[in-house]
Design a protein around this ligand. Sequence first.
Ligand code: BGC
Length: 752
Amino acid sequence: MDTKYIFQKENFSLSNDELLLDETLFHNANGYIGVRSNYEEGYPTNFKTIRGMYLNGFYDIAPMKQAEKLCGLIEEKQIMVNTADTQGILIEINGESFSLFSGEVLKRTRTLDMLNGTTSRDILWRSPSGLELNIKFTRLTSFYMLPLFLVKVHITPINFSGTIKITSTHIGDVMNFFDPTDPRVAGESHRHIEVKNVIHDGNATILHAETITSKLNFCSAVSHKTKAARTKADGTTKIFEYDVNKGETIEFYKFSILCDSIRYPDYMDECIYLIKTAASLGESYFYDKQSEYLRKFWDNCSIDVDGDDDLTIALRYNLYQLLQSAGKDPNSNIAAKGLSGEGYEGHYFWDTEMYMQPFFTLTERETAKNLIRNRYTILEHAKQNAKILGHKQGAAYPWRTIMGRECSGYFPSGSAQYHISGDIAYAVIAYYLATKDKSLLAECGAEILIETARLWIDIGNYCEGKFHINEVTGPDEYTCLVNNNYYTNALAQYNLNWAVKSVQMLKEMGLADHVLNKTGVTDAELAAFTSAADAMNLPFDEKLGINPQDDSFLQKKMWEAHTVKEEETPLLLHYHPMYLYRHQICKQADTVLAHFILEDTQSLETIEKSFAYYERVTTHDSSLSTCIFSIVASKLGQVDKAYKYFGDSAKMDLFNTHKNTKDGIHTANMGGTYMAIVYGFGGLRIKESGLSLCPVLPEKWNSYNFSFLYEDAKISVKVMRDKTLVTLLHGTEKQITIKGKSYALINEIEVQ
Ligand code: BGC
C-alpha cells in the first residue's frame, strides 16, 4: 500500500477540542452525503460534539432578523439541514458499555485511506472490569451509489468469552449546530425537520421527514447485515446479541440510504429500492467500486512532491476533500466547508469559481460542467436579486446561497461583493479556454456572460470619459463599500469583453440562436459592453507605481500586518468593522488576486511593486489568501517566499492553523493549494493566446509532478532540479510555451 494515500493519527487525544477537530478531518462525503466523524457509541454528556449528516443542496429556511428594516434587506436565509442520524452503534460487553472515556484505551488509531475511500477507528480497549477487545469501525460514503453510507464494525474479544450486545439507532429528532458568539456559524437554534412517518419494510427501517419551512422531504433507510444469536426491534432501534468466544470476530454492517425530494421525486420508493439493492449487493461490492472510482480519480489528478512525503499526503488530503465536497449534479455546488460541518451554514460562495473549479476544470470536467450548470440553474434568482438591489437589468449572483436567494445578512461584506458575478463569468471563460467546448457556452455559458455584463453596465457610470463602478466591496472583507475596487473593475472589463466575444464566436459557428433568443441582446448593446470595457477605470498610483485596491485605499491610515498581535487574530473577532474599514489593512488577497488571474492587464513592474505593498498590510485572516500570495510570489521569481506561503496553505486544516476547522474544512484553500503548485510553481497558464508553463522548483524539493487536461489532451509535467519534462499522455499535438520559448508538444519535451 502506498502510504502517501494514508492520513493517520495514532493514539489521538481524547480532549474535546481534538475530538471536534477530528470530526471534521475524518468526515466521509461523496459530494451528496456528508457525515461528520462522530463516535458511533457517543460521548460523555459533558462533551460538546457537532453531530451531523448532511445532503448537499438540501436546505431549510431560517429567519434572518434585521433590526432596521431597510428596503431590500433579506429577512430569511437557506441553511443546510442536519438530516437523520444513522451513525449510532452502541456496544455492550457482558453488560458493560463500550466508551473511549471509561476503562482503558490501550491503543487507538484513526485512519483516512484515500485510495480505498474509507475512514476507520481501530481501538484496543480494556473495560473497567478488565475485559479486553479490539473494535474496528470502518466507514464509507459511496462514490458509486451516492445515497449510501456504510459502517462496518468488527469486534474481537481478546481475553474473554461472553455476550456482546449491539444497539443500532436511527434518529430523526436532530438539530443543527449553532454558536451565538461566532459569526461564521449559525447564531440561533431552530428546528429544521419534522419526522412524518416511520415504515418497516423487511429488514429495513425507513424514516420520512419534511423540512419545517422549505417543505422539502427526505427519507432515510437503515438495514443491517450480521449473524446475531438474537435480534430485537424497538421503533427505529435494532438490538443484536451475540454469544462470542475469545478470539472470534463479530462482523456487523450497517447500510444507510438518504434520498431527498430535490433529486428523487419518488424519494420514498427510491430509498426503499436502494436500501434493498445495497444490502443485496453486499459490502464487498461497494468497497471494490470505491477503490475502482478512486484509482481513476488519482490517475486523473496525480500530484507528487519528491522530497517531502508529509506534504504529498497533505496535498492528497486536500484533493481528496475537494472530491468529497463537490456536488455531482447541477442541483448542488461546493459549500465553503464542503460537507464536513456547519460553518457558513452550507452556503456556496465565490470560493467555488476562483479556488475550486480550476482543479475540476483541469482534471474532472464533468464536475466542472455541473458547477457551471448549477450557477445557470439559479440565473433567474440572480436576475431577481439584481432587481432587489435596484438594478434595471442583469444578474447579480448572491454572495452566499444554496438554492439561489441571497443569504448574507451583513450586506457590506455580503451582497456588496458584486465581484462574485464576475467570478462566475471568469470560471465560464476559464472552462472554455481549457476545453474549447463551445457547446457549454451555447447551452448556458454565453447567457451567463451576457446577464453578468448587463449588471456591470447598470452598476457603473461614465465620469470624465472613464467607466466607474462605485459602492462595491472587493474580495478583501476588511475594506468595504468602496469606489472602483481594482479587482472588481478588472474582472468586469474581462467579463464585458468576453460577453461580446462569446456571442461573436457562437454566431460564427451557427450556435448563437439560444443565447440571442434568451437574452435578446442586440449589436448596439454589445457595442456598449465594449465601450464600457475600453473606458474601465483601473486605479493606478503614479507615485507608488501600484494599483491601489480602490479609490480611497491609499488615503487611509496604514496598519502594518506584522504589528498585529497573535491574540488579536482574526481581527474580525476583535475590532468593530468600521475601525477595520478605516485602515489600510487587508483580510486577504484582493489586488494581488487580480494580478494573478488577469496578469496581462498590468506590467510586471506594477505587479511586483503592488505585491510588496499588499504584503505589508495583509493579515491573511481569510483562508483564501496565502495560496494566492504564493502563486504571485512564484511568478515574480520569489520562490522561497512562495514556498513559505504555500506551506501555510497546504497544512491549514491538518494543523488547524485558523483554529476553526471544527466547523469544517477550508475547501477554497484546498483548491488554492493545488493552484499554488500548478499555477504557482508550475507557472501553468491557459489563455486565449494558448498554453504556457514557467516552472520553478522550491529549494527543499527534489522534484514535483502533476498532470492536467487541455483541449483533447492530457499532459504531464515533471519539474526537476536540472530539467523539466513535459509529456503528451494522450491527445493531439499541442503548441506550448515553456519559459518563454514555443514548442510543438508531440510526445515529450525536455527543457533545461
Ligand atoms: C472570506 C471570503 C470567503 C468566505 C467563505 C470569508 O472569510 O473572506 O472571501 O468567501 O470566507 O469561505
